[in-house]
Design a protein around this ligand. Structure first.
Ligand code: HEC
Ligand code: HEC
Length: 223
Protein backbone atom coordinates (compact mmCIF):
# COMPACT_ATOMS: atom_id res chain seq x y z
CA UNK A 1 0.00 0.00 0.00
CA UNK A 2 2.76 2.40 1.03
CA UNK A 3 4.58 1.51 -2.16
CA UNK A 4 1.56 2.32 -4.30
CA UNK A 5 1.24 5.70 -2.68
CA UNK A 6 4.90 6.35 -3.28
CA UNK A 7 4.65 5.40 -6.95
CA UNK A 8 1.55 7.52 -7.26
CA UNK A 9 3.40 10.43 -5.75
CA UNK A 10 6.32 10.03 -8.09
CA UNK A 11 4.05 9.87 -11.14
CA UNK A 12 2.19 12.96 -9.96
CA UNK A 13 5.45 14.72 -9.37
CA UNK A 14 6.56 13.94 -12.91
CA UNK A 15 3.30 15.18 -14.39
CA UNK A 16 3.04 18.28 -12.24
CA UNK A 17 6.67 19.36 -12.15
CA UNK A 18 8.84 17.86 -14.84
CA UNK A 19 6.60 18.05 -17.89
CA UNK A 20 5.74 21.76 -17.48
CA UNK A 21 9.38 22.48 -16.73
CA UNK A 22 10.33 20.67 -19.91
CA UNK A 23 7.82 22.74 -21.89
CA UNK A 24 8.94 25.90 -20.23
CA UNK A 25 12.55 25.18 -21.16
CA UNK A 26 11.79 24.26 -24.76
CA UNK A 27 11.89 27.84 -26.14
CA UNK A 28 15.17 28.35 -24.32
CA UNK A 29 16.52 25.23 -25.92
CA UNK A 30 15.38 26.40 -29.35
CA UNK A 31 16.98 29.78 -28.76
CA UNK A 32 20.23 28.10 -27.72
CA UNK A 33 20.15 25.95 -30.86
CA UNK A 34 19.50 29.02 -32.99
CA UNK A 35 22.45 30.86 -31.45
CA UNK A 36 24.69 27.84 -31.90
CA UNK A 37 23.70 27.55 -35.57
CA UNK A 38 24.37 31.21 -36.10
CA UNK A 39 27.76 31.00 -34.43
CA UNK A 40 28.68 28.08 -36.66
CA UNK A 41 27.54 29.97 -39.75
CA UNK A 42 29.59 32.99 -38.68
CA UNK A 43 32.68 30.81 -38.19
CA UNK A 44 32.29 29.13 -41.58
CA UNK A 45 31.78 32.53 -43.18
CA UNK A 46 34.87 33.91 -41.44
CA UNK A 47 37.04 31.13 -42.87
CA UNK A 48 35.76 31.72 -46.39
CA UNK A 49 36.20 35.45 -45.95
CA UNK A 50 39.80 35.23 -44.84
CA UNK A 51 40.69 32.89 -47.70
CA UNK A 52 39.06 34.74 -50.61
CA UNK A 53 37.70 38.18 -49.65
CA UNK A 54 40.35 39.60 -47.30
CA UNK A 55 42.81 40.33 -50.14
CA UNK A 56 40.44 42.94 -51.54
CA UNK A 57 38.29 43.94 -48.55
CA UNK A 58 40.97 43.72 -45.84
CA UNK A 59 41.52 41.19 -43.05
CA UNK A 60 39.60 43.49 -40.69
CA UNK A 61 36.99 44.39 -43.30
CA UNK A 62 38.59 47.81 -43.53
CA UNK A 63 38.61 47.86 -47.33
CA UNK A 64 41.58 47.74 -49.76
CA UNK A 65 40.64 47.48 -53.43
CA UNK A 66 37.04 46.85 -52.49
CA UNK A 67 35.11 48.98 -50.00
CA UNK A 68 35.05 48.40 -46.23
CA UNK A 69 32.56 45.67 -45.29
CA UNK A 70 32.76 45.80 -41.51
CA UNK A 71 29.74 47.70 -40.24
CA UNK A 72 28.10 47.68 -43.68
CA UNK A 73 24.63 49.21 -43.90
CA UNK A 74 23.56 46.73 -46.59
CA UNK A 75 20.84 44.33 -45.48
CA UNK A 76 21.29 40.58 -45.58
CA UNK A 77 19.52 40.08 -48.93
CA UNK A 78 21.48 42.78 -50.72
CA UNK A 79 24.74 41.46 -49.29
CA UNK A 80 23.96 37.97 -50.54
CA UNK A 81 23.07 39.31 -53.98
CA UNK A 82 26.31 41.28 -54.30
CA UNK A 83 28.36 38.30 -53.16
CA UNK A 84 26.57 35.76 -55.37
CA UNK A 85 26.40 37.85 -58.52
CA UNK A 86 29.38 40.16 -58.10
CA UNK A 87 29.28 43.70 -59.38
CA UNK A 88 29.69 43.60 -63.17
CA UNK A 89 32.16 46.07 -64.59
CA UNK A 90 34.14 46.23 -61.33
CA UNK A 91 36.81 44.04 -59.70
CA UNK A 92 34.12 42.42 -57.52
CA UNK A 93 33.78 38.85 -58.86
CA UNK A 94 30.63 36.69 -58.77
CA UNK A 95 30.97 33.96 -56.13
CA UNK A 96 27.67 32.07 -56.53
CA UNK A 97 27.68 28.77 -58.45
CA UNK A 98 24.80 30.01 -60.63
CA UNK A 99 26.97 32.87 -61.80
CA UNK A 100 30.03 30.74 -62.43
CA UNK A 101 31.60 31.17 -58.98
CA UNK A 102 32.81 28.50 -56.54
CA UNK A 103 30.26 28.81 -53.70
CA UNK A 104 26.85 27.25 -53.14
CA UNK A 105 23.93 29.12 -51.58
CA UNK A 106 24.73 28.13 -48.00
CA UNK A 107 28.30 29.46 -48.27
CA UNK A 108 27.01 32.78 -49.62
CA UNK A 109 24.62 32.94 -46.64
CA UNK A 110 27.46 32.12 -44.24
CA UNK A 111 29.55 34.93 -45.70
CA UNK A 112 26.69 37.43 -45.31
CA UNK A 113 26.01 36.21 -41.75
CA UNK A 114 29.68 36.64 -40.90
CA UNK A 115 29.85 40.15 -42.39
CA UNK A 116 26.76 41.21 -40.42
CA UNK A 117 28.20 39.76 -37.18
CA UNK A 118 31.78 40.84 -37.60
CA UNK A 119 32.65 41.72 -34.03
CA UNK A 120 31.29 38.55 -32.51
CA UNK A 121 33.63 36.28 -34.40
CA UNK A 122 36.61 38.58 -34.06
CA UNK A 123 36.51 38.22 -30.31
CA UNK A 124 36.01 34.46 -30.49
CA UNK A 125 38.32 33.30 -33.28
CA UNK A 126 40.93 35.97 -33.83
CA UNK A 127 43.66 33.60 -35.00
CA UNK A 128 41.73 31.98 -37.83
CA UNK A 129 40.50 35.31 -39.09
CA UNK A 130 43.30 37.78 -38.77
CA UNK A 131 46.36 35.71 -39.50
CA UNK A 132 45.70 32.51 -41.41
CA UNK A 133 49.43 31.91 -42.00
CA UNK A 134 50.27 31.83 -38.32
CA UNK A 135 47.98 28.88 -37.65
CA UNK A 136 50.12 26.72 -39.93
CA UNK A 137 53.00 24.79 -38.39
CA UNK A 138 56.07 26.48 -39.75
CA UNK A 139 59.17 24.92 -38.21
CA UNK A 140 59.84 22.16 -40.72
CA UNK A 141 58.72 23.96 -43.83
CA UNK A 142 60.87 25.18 -46.68
CA UNK A 143 60.73 28.68 -48.06
CA UNK A 144 58.85 27.44 -51.11
CA UNK A 145 55.95 26.08 -49.06
CA UNK A 146 55.77 29.26 -47.01
CA UNK A 147 55.61 31.20 -50.24
CA UNK A 148 52.83 28.97 -51.46
CA UNK A 149 50.82 29.58 -48.32
CA UNK A 150 51.27 33.32 -48.41
CA UNK A 151 50.32 33.19 -52.06
CA UNK A 152 47.18 31.18 -51.28
CA UNK A 153 46.16 33.67 -48.60
CA UNK A 154 47.10 36.95 -50.18
CA UNK A 155 47.42 36.60 -53.93
CA UNK A 156 45.34 33.70 -55.22
CA UNK A 157 42.00 35.52 -55.22
CA UNK A 158 43.30 37.68 -58.07
CA UNK A 159 46.15 35.68 -59.61
CA UNK A 160 44.30 32.35 -59.39
CA UNK A 161 44.88 29.36 -57.10
CA UNK A 162 47.09 27.76 -59.74
CA UNK A 163 48.81 31.07 -60.57
CA UNK A 164 47.33 31.04 -64.04
CA UNK A 165 45.76 34.48 -63.56
CA UNK A 166 42.10 35.50 -63.65
CA UNK A 167 40.87 36.72 -66.98
CA UNK A 168 40.01 40.40 -66.92
CA UNK A 169 41.48 40.79 -63.42
CA UNK A 170 45.13 39.82 -62.95
CA UNK A 171 47.92 38.14 -64.96
CA UNK A 172 49.50 34.70 -64.44
CA UNK A 173 52.46 34.53 -62.02
CA UNK A 174 54.67 31.67 -63.21
CA UNK A 175 58.36 31.31 -64.12
CA UNK A 176 57.27 31.51 -67.76
CA UNK A 177 55.06 34.59 -67.43
CA UNK A 178 57.63 36.37 -65.25
CA UNK A 179 60.66 35.53 -67.40
CA UNK A 180 61.04 39.11 -68.62
CA UNK A 181 60.96 40.65 -65.10
CA UNK A 182 64.04 40.62 -62.87
CA UNK A 183 63.87 39.87 -59.14
CA UNK A 184 64.09 43.51 -58.10
CA UNK A 185 61.19 44.53 -60.32
CA UNK A 186 59.03 41.69 -59.02
CA UNK A 187 59.77 42.54 -55.39
CA UNK A 188 59.14 46.19 -56.12
CA UNK A 189 55.77 45.32 -57.69
CA UNK A 190 54.74 43.34 -54.61
CA UNK A 191 55.96 46.06 -52.23
CA UNK A 192 54.48 49.05 -54.00
CA UNK A 193 51.68 47.60 -56.11
CA UNK A 194 50.93 49.03 -59.53
CA UNK A 195 49.13 52.30 -59.19
CA UNK A 196 46.08 52.64 -61.40
CA UNK A 197 45.56 48.85 -61.37
CA UNK A 198 44.04 46.39 -58.90
CA UNK A 199 47.52 45.23 -57.81
CA UNK A 200 47.63 46.29 -54.14
CA UNK A 201 50.53 47.67 -52.08
CA UNK A 202 51.86 44.99 -49.72
CA UNK A 203 54.48 47.14 -48.04
CA UNK A 204 53.69 47.07 -44.33
CA UNK A 205 51.56 43.93 -44.48
CA UNK A 206 54.25 41.51 -45.76
CA UNK A 207 57.73 41.26 -44.25
CA UNK A 208 60.88 41.25 -46.45
CA UNK A 209 61.22 37.49 -45.75
CA UNK A 210 57.68 36.89 -46.89
CA UNK A 211 58.27 38.86 -50.07
CA UNK A 212 61.45 36.83 -50.73
CA UNK A 213 59.48 33.64 -50.19
CA UNK A 214 56.81 34.86 -52.62
CA UNK A 215 59.47 35.74 -55.18
CA UNK A 216 60.98 32.24 -54.91
CA UNK A 217 57.56 30.74 -55.25
CA UNK A 218 56.17 32.68 -58.21
CA UNK A 219 59.39 33.09 -60.21
CA UNK A 220 61.28 29.88 -59.47
CA UNK A 221 58.68 27.23 -58.64
CA UNK A 222 56.60 25.61 -61.36
CA UNK A 223 52.86 25.74 -60.67
C1 HEC B 1 39.44 41.07 -56.61
C2 HEC B 1 38.97 41.92 -55.58
C3 HEC B 1 37.74 41.51 -54.80
C4 HEC B 1 37.51 40.32 -54.16
C5 HEC B 1 38.42 39.10 -54.11
C6 HEC B 1 36.24 40.46 -53.50
N1 HEC B 1 35.72 41.70 -53.73
FE1 HEC B 1 33.95 42.42 -53.03
N2 HEC B 1 34.23 44.14 -54.05
C7 HEC B 1 35.36 44.47 -54.79
C8 HEC B 1 35.20 45.80 -55.34
C9 HEC B 1 36.21 46.55 -56.20
C10 HEC B 1 33.93 46.26 -54.93
C11 HEC B 1 33.27 47.62 -55.26
C12 HEC B 1 32.63 47.52 -56.60
C13 HEC B 1 32.00 48.86 -56.96
O1 HEC B 1 32.71 49.69 -57.50
O2 HEC B 1 30.81 49.02 -56.65
C14 HEC B 1 33.35 45.19 -54.12
C15 HEC B 1 32.10 45.26 -53.52
C16 HEC B 1 31.61 44.32 -52.64
C17 HEC B 1 30.36 44.44 -51.92
C18 HEC B 1 29.40 45.62 -51.99
C19 HEC B 1 29.83 46.57 -50.91
C20 HEC B 1 29.12 47.89 -50.96
O3 HEC B 1 29.11 48.54 -49.91
O4 HEC B 1 28.65 48.29 -52.04
C21 HEC B 1 30.24 43.34 -51.14
C22 HEC B 1 29.12 43.01 -50.19
C23 HEC B 1 31.39 42.51 -51.38
N3 HEC B 1 32.20 43.14 -52.29
C24 HEC B 1 31.64 41.31 -50.75
C25 HEC B 1 32.70 40.47 -51.06
C26 HEC B 1 32.89 39.17 -50.48
C27 HEC B 1 32.02 38.54 -49.41
C28 HEC B 1 34.00 38.63 -51.05
C29 HEC B 1 34.58 37.24 -50.86
C30 HEC B 1 33.70 36.16 -51.17
C31 HEC B 1 34.53 39.62 -51.97
N4 HEC B 1 33.71 40.72 -51.94
C32 HEC B 1 35.68 39.47 -52.72
C33 HEC B 1 36.47 43.66 -54.97
C34 HEC B 1 36.60 42.36 -54.51
C1 HEC C 1 43.30 42.67 -55.86
C2 HEC C 1 43.91 41.88 -56.89
C3 HEC C 1 45.36 41.49 -56.72
C4 HEC C 1 45.96 40.90 -55.64
C5 HEC C 1 45.33 40.51 -54.32
C6 HEC C 1 47.35 40.68 -56.01
N1 HEC C 1 47.57 41.14 -57.25
FE1 HEC C 1 49.35 41.10 -58.23
N2 HEC C 1 48.52 42.04 -59.82
C7 HEC C 1 47.19 42.40 -59.93
C8 HEC C 1 46.98 43.06 -61.20
C9 HEC C 1 45.65 43.63 -61.71
C10 HEC C 1 48.22 43.08 -61.86
C11 HEC C 1 48.55 43.66 -63.21
C12 HEC C 1 48.95 45.10 -63.05
C13 HEC C 1 49.25 45.71 -64.38
O1 HEC C 1 48.33 45.81 -65.20
O2 HEC C 1 50.39 46.10 -64.58
C14 HEC C 1 49.17 42.43 -60.95
C15 HEC C 1 50.51 42.25 -61.24
C16 HEC C 1 51.40 41.58 -60.44
C17 HEC C 1 52.78 41.34 -60.78
C18 HEC C 1 53.46 41.77 -62.06
C19 HEC C 1 53.22 40.70 -63.10
C20 HEC C 1 53.59 41.10 -64.48
O3 HEC C 1 53.66 40.19 -65.33
O4 HEC C 1 53.80 42.28 -64.76
C21 HEC C 1 53.32 40.64 -59.76
C22 HEC C 1 54.76 40.13 -59.66
C23 HEC C 1 52.29 40.44 -58.79
N3 HEC C 1 51.13 41.03 -59.23
C24 HEC C 1 52.46 39.75 -57.61
C25 HEC C 1 51.47 39.62 -56.65
C26 HEC C 1 51.67 38.95 -55.41
C27 HEC C 1 52.95 38.23 -55.00
C28 HEC C 1 50.51 39.06 -54.72
C29 HEC C 1 50.23 38.57 -53.31
C30 HEC C 1 51.14 39.01 -52.28
C31 HEC C 1 49.57 39.79 -55.54
N4 HEC C 1 50.18 40.11 -56.70
C32 HEC C 1 48.27 40.09 -55.17
C33 HEC C 1 46.20 42.19 -58.98
C34 HEC C 1 46.40 41.64 -57.73
Amino acid sequence: MQQKILIGLIVTLIIVVFIPTYWAMEPGRQEAARIRQQTEAVERGAKLYSSVCATCHGAQGEGIVGPALKGTQLDDDTLQKFIARGIPGTAMPAWGKEDGGPFHQQQIKDLATFIKNWDKVLSETPASLTSPQQTMPSTTETTATDGSKIFANRCSSCHGVNRQGTSGLAPALTPESLAALNDTTIKDTILNGRSGTAMPVFKGTLSPEEIDALLQFIKYTLP
